[in-house]
Design a protein around this ligand. Structure first.
Ligand SMILES: C[S@@+](CC[C@H](N)C(=O)[O-])C[C@H]1O[C@@H](n2cnc3c(N)ncnc32)[C@H](O)[C@@H]1O
Length: 273
């Protein structure tokens, strides 16, 4: 779990998922290879920027929920992606946050940009090796005597089934009781035009495997967790914090909700009400 002293040779020549997403969200941290792939993706799914922005807005709402509603002030952001600037505001109540990514450039960027914010740290780590990731500093220095919040936002579609399932299980076993996982995941459950399949084909031309998954698959990973809030997966744009108390929102509205992703909040241990 040590950082590369220099970028891997492919860093500037093959697209990176974090930089492609950055391009789709009008960011500045991307290269020509990322922009070229992004442009092809947009020909199939012009709604992609809306989807990326919905996911980012969700990130902020979940951090607010962790701190204000659930009293959680230490967070691990797994597959944190880009950017790490003013576009993402960290609530003051987050006392400790560890940004983790397997992309050399993302971790290096996080390390440089975040160094001035007290309580932040970064780690080059891979979900494919959860035991090593969870044992590495600075994660090993988190206080496991108190609940920890984990963000796993739009990361699992980029890893294989076995890695996704074992990562969620490893988190459940490692986290202290009362910890909360916030998971978002792209889905093709509502994909009448076959756009998600086309997106997967295009990503593959850039060497990136994109796996939208069904509600059933994602729910199966969460069998040992206690759902919070509306009690299950909802579309990311329709997600509400547990305190909202509203009726369960619609599961997925394709024309209204361009997130094309599910969101869920799940806790280790029994729910305390
Ligand atoms: C689509 S971005 C999502 C970024 C951010 N979580 C968000 O919601 O905007 C996916 C991120 O997951 C990272 N990632 C992909 N596979 C990973 C793995 N096996 N371990 C850790 N990070 C991974 C990528 O490098 C990328 O930064």
């Amino acid at each position: 779990m040590t950082g590369h002293p220099v970028p891997p040779p492919s860093h500037f020549t093959v697209p990176s998922i974090a930089r492609v997403q950055d391009y789709l969200a009008d960011g500045m941290d991307n290269y020509l290879v990322d922009r070229e792939l992004g442009e092809i993706l947009l020909t199939v799914a012009p709604w992609l920027p809306v989807s990326v922005r919905a996911n980012r807005a969700h990130h902020q709402r979940v951090l607010d929920c962790f701190t204000r509603e659930l009293g959680i002030d230490q967070v691990i952001d797994l597959g944190c992606g880009l950017p790490h600037d003013g576009n993402r505001t960290l609530p003051d109540a987050v006392r400790r946050i560890v940004y983790v990514d397997s992309d050399w450039g993302v971790e290096a960027h996080a390390r440089m940009v975040l160094v001035e914010r007290t309580g932040t740290a970064s780690l080059l780590g891979d979900l494919a090796d959860m035991p090593a990731l969870l044992a590495a500093e600075p994660i090993s220095r988190l206080d496991r005597g108190r609940p920890i919040g984990v963000l796993l936002h739009d990361v699992l579609p980029w890893v294989d089934d076995d890695t996704a399932r074992t990562a969620v299980a490893a988190l459940h076993d490692w986290l202290p009781p009362g910890s909360v996982l916030s998971l978002t995941h792209a889905t093709d459950d509502v994909d009448r035009k076959g756009q998600m399949a086309r997106l997967s084909e295009i990503y593959e031309t850039g060497g990136i495997t994109f796996r939208p998954r069904t509600r059933e698959v994602i729910e199966a990973w969460l069998g040992s967790w206690t759902h919070l809030g509306h009690g299950g997966l909802v579309s990311t744009a329709a997600w509400q914090p547990p305190s909202c108390g509203a009726a369960r929102p619609p599961v997925m509205h394709a024309p209204l909700d361009r997130s094309h992703a599910y969101a869920v909040l799940a806790m280790t241990g029994d729910r305390i009400t």
